[in-house]
Design a protein around this ligand. Structure first.
Ligand code: APR
Ligand code: PHB
Length: 395
């Protein structure tokens, strides 16, 4: 293989939250890594994504020195509101499970990670091209890429970790006869709206409505985030008036005196909804973490939390493998991680199918029955609360 050679212990492909947190946790354990990313640092730091952190994510971020701004600027929520026309119910996670969630954007988590890795002198290669994996079935795997000057580079490592999201090359590097995947594509998308307006609610509102699902979320005391269920392939070109009218109708403006306050819309985008799991999450010296191995629809905000749970398991497993040649945690990584992946895959599917409008009037009655049960039975509410606030990592 031609080109200049680098050596590191762990070659990490992708500088999203999974890759950056993994390099941070490995460094805390004395393991050196190199992070390879196709996009620029500015692009990675500014992508708008979901904004809810589970209890175990917050515990982990605090435990590894990344909790300072989160504690200052994050907003702890006790639970969520579930509603359908004429009804709004609060589900209190703290009362039901003793656990809560935090409103703190993934964009902010990503900025904190970049700052911490830059301060520690982490070797990063942004804006690379032609990422390719080699020899992952041997003890000397490597990754090749083309750098910003067009030079071919080789990274020789002890382990390669694919944190390259849903479109990266790592997952497809696992041979066809070894890998298996499961997928569900939903017949609707989310229209995401960011607005410079104080939230009209203290905690998130998940609303079932015959026009389609709506979600009122938030980023701060002065920034609100909203989502509307729309048909697939909708263009994000709705006028501001049309958006506010749809949100007001679906979120119940006027219901029991509640009012939706409108403001300046700063971003409009459409997100497809998909569930996807690929197994195994390890092949030889290649490990997968985060969106590279699994995608969940955003209802329930599990994507980032699941990526964090993966790397929380993977970092100590790699440290044991590299420092002590102890393979046990590495050998059980895929199976352990997949238990949580499937739990979250089920929960995200369940929240999605309970709240989104379909074509079938029979399904509609089942959804309303499910909503009545979840909001009126302690057993029903506790199941939602336990999954939403998240189980401890490793369970
Ligand atoms: N070479 C190098 N980097 C790559 C390549 C490649 N060939 N392909 C993709 N990448 C990079 C992407 O540009 C992206 O920055 O990998 C990164 C993957 O990051 P994320 O998509 O953020 O995935 P992950 O870190 O697993 O985080 C999961 O992000 O997408 C959300 O809902 C998801 O919240 C969840 C979280
Ligand atoms: C968000 O704030 O972006 C968000 C919140 C909750 C979800 C999904 C997205 O379920």
């Amino acid at each position: 293989m031609a080109g200049r050679e680098f050596r590191t212990q762990v070659a990490i492909i992708g500088a999203g939250p999974a890759g950056m947190l993994l390099s941070h946790l490995l460094a805390a354990d004395g393991i050196e890594s190199m992070v390879l990313e196709t996009r620029s640092e500015e692009y990675v730091a500014s992508r708008i994504r979901a904004g809810i952190l589970e209890q175990s994510t917050v515990d982990l971020l605090r435990g590894c020195g990344l909790g300072e701004r989160l504690d200052r600027e994050g907003d702890r929520h006790r639970g969520i509101y579930l509603q359908w026309p004429g009804h709004r119910h609060h589900i209190d996670f703290v009362d039901l499970t003793g656990r809560s969630v935090w409103v703190y954007g993934q964009t902010e988590v990503q900025k904190d990670l970049i700052e911490a890795r830059n301060a520690a002198g982490q070797e990063m290669h942004y804006e690379i091209a032609d990422t390719a994996l080699h020899d992952v079935e041997t003890d000397r795997p490597c990754v090749t890429f083309t750098d910003t000057q067009g030079r071919e580079r080789v990274v020789k490592a002890e382990v390669v970790v694919g944190c390259d999201g849903s479109f990266g090359p790592s997952r497809e590097h696992i041979p066809m006869d070894v890998r298996r995947h499961w997928e569900r594509v939903y017949p609707y998308s989310w229209f995401g709206i960011l607005a410079d307006v104080a939230p009209s609610t203290d905690e998130l509102i998940y609303a079932w409505h015959s026009d389609g699902f709506a979600l009122h979320s938030m980023r701060s005391a002065s920034v609100s985030r909203f989502y509307l269920q729309v048909p697939n392939d909708t263009e994000p070109d709705w006028s501001d008036d049309r958006i506010w009218e749809a949100l007001a109708a679906r979120l119940g403006h006027g219901q029991d005196g509640w009012a939706l306050v409108t403001g300046r819309i700063t971003d409009k985008s459409v997100l497809p909804m998909r569930s996807f799991v690929q197994t195994p999450m390890r092949h030889g010296r290649l490990f997968l973490a985060g969106d590279a191995a699994h995608i969940v629809p955003p209802t329930g905000a599990k994507g980032l939390n699941l990526a964090v749970a993966d790397v929380a398991l993977l970092a100590p497993a790699l440290a044991e493998l590299i420092r002590k040649d102890d393979h046990r945690l590495a050998d059980s990584y895929s199976e352990t991680a997949l238990r949580r992946v499937w739990r979250c895959t089920h929960f995200s599917w369940w929240m999605t199918t309970m709240l989104h409008r379909g074509e079938d009037p029979f399904d509609e009655q089942l959804q309303l029955s499910q909503l009545r049960w979840v909001t009126s039975s302690v057993a029903g509410a506790t199941g939602l609360a336990e999954n939403y606030a998240g189980l401890p990592i490793g369970l």
